[in-house]
Design a protein around this ligand. Structure first.
Ligand code: MG
Ligand code: MG
Length: 250
């Protein structure tokens, strides 16, 4: 999983710097495929089953969600524009083990609102990671995420959440982005979790588009998404397996 995480970090570094006005989300996805293939890994998302019958298997290496799109945006000929809030989510499988990570970036000129939303979502992820310590409860992570989002006055998406990750992309336990500290299973060393706050500038209500995948905010206002795959350690802070170049947590 460490290897998968390192490859995935490279993918997200590359795509973050590629997210400039004029690039299409398909071009970004093709680049992700290239980086993954060159590393001898595979793109975990491609072929993942949809949540409903109307959703075909997932067709791409990444999910690229822009502005009011929260998650599961399918790469296309859509051109990225100045001021877009672009969330890139990707999974990498190496040696049968999976890492899952996402990052949101603002392309070009950022509005104050978008900037604060992105910073808050990142801070919520870091707070969640900080709470992921052996002996504590799973929902300590959830409560830590929720506290940061609530303090900023933003919405937490409830229909989707983090998850265990390892041999499968989505394993137990679910890791909600809201909940009560002191509840849920006890965290044990070696547990591998994907923590992933999805935060909305306005109402947290969402809907799924007719493609069966793309999740958008019901009120059309922007959302941000950050995710890391972590491993609970024996006594210390969680180890982040998907740290990007120069990124500091804790
Ligand atoms: Mg993900
Ligand atoms: Mg995930």
């Amino acid at each position: 999983m460490r290897r998968a995480g390192a490859i995935l970090a490279r993918v997200l570094d590359r795509l973050s710097s590629m997210a400039r006005p004029g690039v299409t989300t398909r071009e970004m996805d093709e680049e992700a495929d290239r980086v993954i293939r060159d590393a001898g890994a595979t793109a975990t998302f491609r072929g993942q089953p949809g949540l409903t019958d109307r959703a075909p298997p997932y067709p791409a290496a990444t999910c690229i969600s822009i502005n009011e799109q929260v998650i599961h945006g399918i790469p296309s000929d859509r051109v990225v524009r100045d001021g877009d809030l672009v969330s890139v989510d990707c999974g990498v499988t190496w040696g049968g083990l999976i890492a899952d990570s996402a990052v949101s970036v603002i392309v070009g000129t950022a509005s104050r609102d978008a900037e604060r939303l992105v910073e808050t979502t990142r801070a919520a992820l870091l707070a969640g990671i900080g709470a992921a310590r052996a002996g504590r409860h799973l929902h300590d992570i959830s409560a830590a995420v929720q506290a940061v989002v609530r303090a900023a006055g933003y919405g937490v998406v409830r229909e989707f959440c983090g998850h265990g990750v390892g041999r499968d992309l989505h394993e137990d336990p679910p890791v909600p982005n809201f909940g009560n500290a002191g509840s849920g299973p006890i965290l044990r060393p070696g547990m591998t979790l994907a923590i992933e706050p999805m935060v909305t500038l306005g109402s947290p209500r969402i809907r799924v588009l007719d493609d069966g995948w793309t999740v958008v905010t019901a009120d059309g206002r922007p959302a941000a998404h950050f995710e890391h795959t972590i491993v609970v350690t024996d006594g210390g802070p969680a180890e982040v397996l998907t740290l990007r170049n120069g990124e500091v947590v804790g």
